[in-house]
Design a protein around this ligand. Structure first.
Ligand code: AVJ
Length: 322
């Protein structure tokens, strides 16, 4: 007779990371990448068109204005890999400039399946561009792309929208070093970084009066309810954006309006939150233009060029692997 194996309880990475974050002793947290499920990605697209949130428009303006010059500075032929493509809208300018000079292979790398599908749809009609999407974490995807490079191919990695700002400063340098390890000398990394600006302006950008950012933040609790069977009462939490002046970053938190116990069966967890206690859901680090040059030099790159938007301080940085 066959012995039936005991079914393994599989703790997914999502459940494990949520569990680890929500049981941290001093400050509970939920990793910010989990903000981007299908609803979260759609809400983020709305944030990008809010008048208070100038970041995406600045990023797009710089790419539109300077894509020819950016492409002129690259060694060709080059394949393009994008870390966290999102909707892919602002990538159009680079792909159009590049595809005038060469047939272009574009590899969006994205953990959100819905964002990846939107990106492929957005960009698929550009002539002389072929798109192959990777639904994977950034470095896994980049390794897969690099493994397929032809002998003479250069690689241009796009890391736009100041997504790097989600990482702590140490972690961002570790990440850049890991990207660099996958690249060859002469490969390029186009890095978008949001710059420091007035605190009231930043607070408004992350706490817009229409409440879109609040909905984006609260949705992570709705996601835990949907995917891990949790029983968060969203009305029991308030969205909060803070400026951490020591770390020079905006932090998003969800503040518990009362003492409450929440069950998260999918993570094998129940937690009691005090009134006023917060769950930290995201950091958005802000930079000085010189910070980026120093970061590049410490991580195996040199900054070949930097463009700063005149309306909303934001820098596009072209780093070359040394
Ligand atoms: C996509 C990480 C760049 O930090 O500005 C926008 C995300 N969060 N509003 C940012 C976000 C709240 C955004 N990044």
């Amino acid at each position: 007779m066959l012995t039936q194996a005991v079914p393994q309880f599989h703790v997914s990475e999502f459940a494990a990371e949520v569990r680890a974050g929500l049981t941290k002793p001093l400050q509970r947290e939920i990793p910010s990448k989990y903000l981007y499920d299908e609803v979260g990605s759609a809400l983020f697209e709305v944030i990008c068109v809010l008048p208070e949130y100038g970041l995406t428009r600045a990023d797009t303006r710089l790419l539109r204005q300077h894509s020819e010059e950016i492409v002129d500075r690259l060694s060709l032929p080059t394949m393009v890999a994008e870390l966290g493509s999102g909707s892919g809208k602002k990538t159009r300018w680079i792909l159009e400039a590049l595809s005038k000079r060469q047939r272009t292979f574009y590899y969006p790398i994205e953990i959100s399946a819905s964002a990846l599908a939107a990106c492929e749809k957005e960009l698929r009609e550009i002539e002389f561009v072929s798109i192959v999407g990777y639904e994977r974490p950034y470095l896994d995807g980049l390794l897969a792309v690099a493994a397929n490079r032809g002998e003479d191919d250069r690689l241009l990695v796009l890391f736009l929208g100041s997504t790097i700002g989600n990482f702590d400063r140490d972690a961002s340098e570790r990440f850049l070093r890991e990207v660099r390890r996958i690249l060859f000398p002469g490969d390029a990394l186009l890095l978008g970084t949001d710059l420091e600006k007035s605190v009231p302006q930043l607070l408004l950008a992350y706490n817009d009066p229409a409440g879109v950012t609040a909905a984006f933040n609260l949705n992570v609790l709705a996601r835990l309810n949907r995917e891990l069977g949790a029983d968060f009462d969203l009305a029991g939490f308030q969205h909060e954006a803070r400026w951490n002046f020591r770390e020079r970053r905006i932090e998003m938190h969800l503040r518990s309006r009362r003492r409450q116990t929440v069950r998260i069966p999918g993570a094998g967890l129940a937690i009691t939150l005090e009134k006023g206690e917060t769950l930290w859901t995201e950091s958005s680090h802000k930079y000085q233009p010189e910070d980026v040059l120093a970061m590049a030099n410490r991580t195996g790159f040199r900054c070949d060029a930097q463009w700063v938007d005149a309306e909303w301080p934001f820098a596009q940085n072209l780093l070359i692997a040394v």
